[in-house]
Design a protein around this ligand. Structure first.
Ligand code: PA5
Length: 433
């Protein structure tokens, strides 16, 4: 069960109610992209069964590694969930090992990925809503060639599944032509809100985790966050962060004390950065892992420019138990910790840091999570999505577009010589002279 402790003023709770009404009434900007609001309760069993069937089939076939190809919203949700649920050192695997590709253009990364998969039984999940994004398309070319070279076209086709638009885009056409099985990303669900579609569900199922529990958690939060109630956690979080923003706190740091949540921070950064950072406005989303980053970013947070606030994801129960052992010599002077659980020390670090940062002018809010499992992750994903919709409407922007992402693509295409970009290429050459 996920809880929050934000205490916004009455004025901002009222503002959040107004934004909540716009979102719930489906009257705001970008309201043709609200399909994510219904996903937890409305996802058909056939989609969940379909994801689990692919996972079973590939397991039976002896697939050792599934390469998930995607970028932005087409990989971060699955990456966040798998990093949170998996053993930190790759042990105790429940399903097939999942590795990611196509979220950068690094030659070294993809060459090393080929090294890694070359002796293994491989399957591929290629994910792109538009079906035209350069990074995953380039990676898919490379991995497809590898898989076809290894198994032949027919067997390769049984090892490749595409998750894409139902009708449009190059990936859909390619899948139809090559006979790949496909899952659909609904038209009304944008990339960064798509973790509860097959974009997230298929890789998570293939890795052996319980996607039904994930959806149950999300559905439980969907019910809680649909309440027009001043205790609604999404409303409180949206209200608190907008109040802080208006008071000059322009940067929000998502903090966790468990390295398993590092990629949850990456998912959250995309969700809020891409949804709110527009029209010259928006809280800058950052993330840290404590206590690790207390030894790198701690100084700035404690004493640097006072434009920061923190949202801490606090996990109540650790998944494992380990105590500090006694040392008769006590040369390090740590026997006062003997017999104490490491998680107790972590918790004391969390409380001490919260107080220190509050004293240093960094307001702290907390999202408490019972434990890291599929149900709680489902709750967290939905909570932050719902709060994002409310928060962006409070800010006065359209949460569901990302016009700024196109700027780098146009320059890159011009520089790479894509047909149709000749004039832009000439202008860039002039600028670089
Ligand atoms: O949230 C978004 O819309 C983006 O981050 C996309 O997910 C990302 O650009 C990848 O797009 P696509 O799935 O079309 O390849």
């Amino acid at each position: 069960m996920v809880n929050v402790n934000f205490k916004p003023s009455k004025e901002y709770v009222e503002k959040a109610f107004a934004a909540f009404d716009v979102l719930e009434g489906r009257k705001g900007r970008g309201n043709d992209f609200l399909g994510w609001m219904d996903l937890p309760s409305d996802t058909p069993a056939s989609i969940v069964d379909g994801c689990c069937a692919i996972a079973d089939e590939w397991r039976q076939k002896g697939v050792e590694v599934a390469v998930v190809i995607g970028i932005g919203g087409s990989y971060l949700g699955a990456k966040a969930a798998l990093a949170a649920l998996s053993h930190s050192f790759g042990m105790e695997r429940r399903g097939i090992e999942v590795v990611f590709a196509g979220f950068n253009l690094s030659e070294e990364y993809h060459a090393e990925l080929l090294d890694y998969i070359s002796g293994k039984s491989v399957a591929v999940i290629v994910i792109s809503k538009s079906g035209t994004t350069t990074e995953p398309a380039v990676a898919f070319r490379i991995i497809k060639e590898h898989v076809e070279g290894k198994y032949g076209k027919a067997e390769a086709a049984s090892r490749i599944v595409a998750v894409t638009d139902k009708a449009r885009g190059a990936l859909k056409s390619l899948s139809d032509q090559e006979g790949y099985r496909t899952f659909v990303i609904p038209d009304d669900v944008g990339g960064r809100f798509s973790v509860l579609t097959p974009v997230g569900l298929l890789p998570i199922a293939v890795a052996g985790y319980d996607i039904r529990a994930l959806l149950r958690g999300a559905a439980s939060m969907q019910r809680i966050c649909a309440e027009r109630d001043a205790r609604n956690p999404a409303l409180l979080y949206a209200a608190a962060r907008n109040e802080l923003y208006d008071s000059g706190k322009k940067v929000e740091i998502l903090v966790s004390y468990n390295p398993k949540l590092q990629y949850f921070g990456e998912w959250w950064k995309q969700l809020y950065g891409e949804s709110e950072g527009k029209e010259g406005r928006g809280i800058f989303p950052a993330s840290v892992n404590f206590t690790t980053d207390l030894h790198s970013m701690g100084q700035y947070i404690q004493e640097g420019e006072r434009m920061l606030f923190e949202t801490v994801i606090s996990v109540e129960h650790a998944g494992r138990e380990l105590t500090v052992c006694d040392d008769p010599q006590n040369l390090d002077g740590l026997n006062f910790l003997s017999g104490k659980h490491l998680e107790h020390c972590n918790r004391m670090a969390e409380t001490g840091t919260r107080l220190a940062h509050e004293d240093g002018g960094v307001p702290n809010g907390r999202v408490t999570v019972e434990r890291i499992d599929e149900f709680n992750l489902g709750e967290l994903f939905f909570l932050f999505e719902k709060a994002c919709g409310i928060s962006a409407y409070m800010l006065g922007v359209n949460p569901f577009d990302q016009p700024g992402v196109e700027a780098y693509k146009k320059n890159m295409f011009a520089l790479l010589g894509k047909p149709g970009y000749e004039a832009q290429a000439e202008a860039i050459r002039e600028r670089l002279r």
